[in-house]
Design a protein around this ligand. Structure first.
Ligand code: CNA
Length: 238
């Protein structure tokens, strides 16, 4: 049976699908990922992007961090694509129990997904580091230099930087969903950012599907691997 037919059959037979997604699900919405040839990591900056979006760099050089963040990491005005939409529909139909995402763009929710675990936070939430007041992504986008709260504190995006830990409740919810899944679809992720990538080890079933244009370190571990574009695959799914 061809890969797509197998995938269709497994989807039709599963009722607790979990999708584990990465930046690759949003490239077809126009948001560049990190590690593709046209991704952020293959562009030239004064420092490597991994350094700029680390906690220690943020503390040392917030001006530079915010300049980079506004220009390269604040994906506003983008729309969900077919992959986000199919996943949202499956949830509505009772086939999919959760999306666990490394993305910070809010597009799964914009497509209608309700149970979304955002392992790396969201650019849509921003808080004053002094008083906790909430600010929108537009506020950060339109501010200059370091975004400041009315109390004078620094407004920080609720995004997990390198060297920062993940939120405990989000970890627990994600792992619970993955352990209870009857099918795990891993989509658009290089599976190189830890601890997130290691979460798929908690899946216990025999329908681990990996859909990613490039190879990943987990290819040998999956039950079905499709090295194709997500739009091409998801446009053929029920
Ligand atoms: P990554 O390391 O950039 O890997 C993305 C993977 O997706 C690559 O292996 C590509 O081959 C694959 N890919 C890209 N486009 C497609 C496509 N159309 N069809 C199939 N495969 C495709 O990104 P990861 O998510 O693995 O890395 C984790 C980082 C990236 C997380 O911390 C994210 O927060 C961060 N990130 C998020 C966004 C976003 O929210 N949209 C954008 C850029 C980076």
């Amino acid at each position: 049976m061809d890969e797509i037919e197998t995938l269709k059959k497994w989807v039709s037979e599963s009722n607790h699908i979990v999708a584990f997604t990465g930046a690759g699900v949003s490239t077809e919405s126009g948001i560049p990922d990190f590690r593709s040839v046209d991704g952020l990591y293959n562009q030239k900056f004064d420092y490597p992007p991994e350094t700029i979006i680390s906690h220690s760099f943020f503390l040392r050089n917030p001006d530079y961090f915010y300049r980079f963040y506004r220009e390269k990491m604040l994906p506003l005005g983008f729309e969900p694509n077919i992959t986000h939409k199919v996943l949202a529909r499956w949830e509505e139909e009772g086939k999919l129990s959760a999306v666990v995402t490394q993305n910070i763009d809010g597009l799964h929710q914009k497509a209608g997904s309700k149970h979304v675990y955002e392992l790396h936070g969201s650019v849509l939430r921003n808080y004053c580091t002094r008083c906790g007041k909430f600010y929108s992504a537009e506020f950060v986008k339109n501010s200059e230099g370091i975004p400041r709260c009315t109390c004078g504190g620094m407004v920080k995006p609720d995004v997990v930087l390198y060297e920062e830990g993940l939120d405990q409740k989000t970890i627990e919810g994600s792992l619970r969903a993955i352990r209870q899944a009857d099918m795990l679809i891993v989509a658009g992720t290089s599976l190189t950012v830890y601890p997130a990538a290691g979460f798929i080890n908690d899946y216990r079933g025999n329908r681990l599907v990996l859909i990613n244009r490039d190879e990943t370190p987990y290819d040998h571990y999956a039950d079905l691997v499709l090295h194709r574009s997500l739009g091409e695959v998801f446009s053929q799914l029920p």
